[in-house]
Design a binder for this molecule. Structure first.
Ligand SMILES: Cc1cc2nc3c(=O)[nH]c(=O)nc-3n(C[C@H](O)[C@H](O)[C@H](O)COP(=O)(O)OP(=O)(O)OC[C@H]3O[C@@H](n4cnc5c(N)ncnc54)[C@H](O)[C@@H]3O)c2cc1C
Length: 367
């Protein structure tokens, strides 16, 4: 356990994904020290979110990270929707503000840089939250690393520890949700502005065999392909055989009429999708934010943005408590946060579910 870990802090944040990093930066922006821990030894490089929406960008601006995200990402102006008989619609994304596409790992790196610039401390990696005990005046958080266990006392604990949240489990908070039958695969193919027919626009091809979506990144285009579904609606397990890039290129050519150019050793990520809504987002002095509180189908790309907005609401609630942080005011403020954000998450889950159904093969679209 590194010696520099403080034993008493105003806020502990478990999980240094995009939501935990943003939370630490946001607390730093109002001068509140937060101890941010993550059980991973290294930052994740997993291929996940790319879409940053106008409310998410506004949240990033609150910590000064929006400038870097805009500079590193691609501004997506339009989304072209195609059906079996040709173009269906052109959606003007710029009407509701800026939409930026940037790989999640880059967004996380920029958030970590901002955290340090704002006077916060980089995430302590390789440290897992394993237990918590709260009383009327604070929370004791038990952290475990390769060098042993340590107890840290905080006024507030924020669980940003993802879909299998340990914090949520320790609080005994259940929830509702489950897997969708759909399986998707995605990969990034190189692109040049001259060769890309969609330029910096997104494209959604609604095909009878399943949707193909593509999004611009710097020097690349991300392709997301509906590759099948299991018969059981509660199952998100693997198909008989996960697709390789060669079979995905064939599928795209058949559904879209365009074959992206990429080498046959391009890595492919295959994934199932799910939804989950925690039955409550706070208990006493502990709040949940991001995927720990809600999991949204990634078709529509909202989970990360929703998590940032959780944090915005949480930090506003914390600011309202002021000097009463040791008293019962904190519990009331977190309960208010929880009620407000749970309603928003339920709506986002429903919207994402509509998007998911639209992208299914025609025979299953109403399943
Ligand atoms: C294919 C795909 C595409 C997506 N596209 C988009 C998109 O375009 N836009 C969008 O907004 N969202 C998108 N999402 C959703 C987005 O990726 C998630 O909502 C987001 O990563 C959630 O962030 P988080 O910080 O809450 O959780 P996570 O990213 O899961 O991070 C949780 C962190 O907590 C750590 N942790 C776990 N347990 C502990 C513990 N006990 N102690 C300490 N640390 C712990 C983990 O190591 C991890 O680093 C997509 C998701 C997928 C799968």
């Amino acid at each position: 356990m590194p010696a520099a870990i403080p034993r008493r802090v105003p806020v502990v944040i478990a999980g240094a994904g995009p939501v935990g990093l943003f939370a630490a930066a946001r607390f730093a922006s109002i001068g509140v020290e937060a101890l941010l821990v993550d059980r991973r030894a290294e930052a994740s490089t997993a291929n996940r979110a790319i879409g940053v929406h106008p409310p998410g960008l506004a949240a990033l601006d609150a910590v000064g990270a929006g400038v870097g995200v805009r500079a590193a990402g691609v501004r997506v102006h339009r989304a072209h929707a195609w059906g079996a008989d040709g173009p269906l619609a052109v959606i003007d994304l710029a009407r509701s503000g800026e939409v930026v596409a940037l790989a999640q790992a880059s967004t996380e790196r920029l958030l970590e840089e901002r955290l340090v610039t704002l006077g916060g401390t980089s995430p302590r990696r390789g440290i897992e939250l394993v237990d918590l005990v709260q009383d009327a005046h604070g929370v004791d958080v038990v952290l475990r690393s390769a060098s042993g266990e340590l107890r840290v006392r905080a006024d507030v604990l924020v669980g940003c520890d993802g879909r299998a949240s340990r914090v949520r489990t320790l609080l005994g908070i259940g929830g509702r949700g489950g897997g969708y039958p759909d399986r998707y695969a995605m990969f990034d193919a190189p692109r040049s502005d001259a060769s890309d027919p969609n330029g910096d626009d997104a494209a959604i091809h609604l095909h009878r065999d399943g949707v193909v979506e593509s999004f611009p990144l710097r020097g690349a285009r991300r392709w997301v392909v509906h590759v099948g579904a299991s018969g059981d609606g509660a199952h998100t397990g693997a198909l008989d055989r996960e697709p390789d890039v060669g079979s995905l290129l064939d599928t795209i050519a058949a559904r879209v009429g365009e074959r992206p150019r990429t080498s046959l050793d391009t890595p492919v990520s295959a994934f199932g999708i799910e939804r989950f809504l925690a039955e409550r987002f706070a208990h006493g002095r502990v709040a949940l934010a991001g995927d720990a509180a809600h999991v949204v189908s990634p078709i529509g790309g909202q989970g990360m943005n929703l998590g940032w907005l959780d944090v915005e609401a949480l930090v506003s609630a914390y600011e309202r408590i002021g000097s009463r942080v040791g008293a019962s005011g904190v519990v009331e403020a977190l309960a208010e946060y929880a009620a407000r954000r749970r309603g928003r998450a339920r709506l986002a889950i429903w919207r994402a579910e509509c998007n998911t159904r639209l992208g299914r093969p025609t025979s299953r679209a109403l399943a």
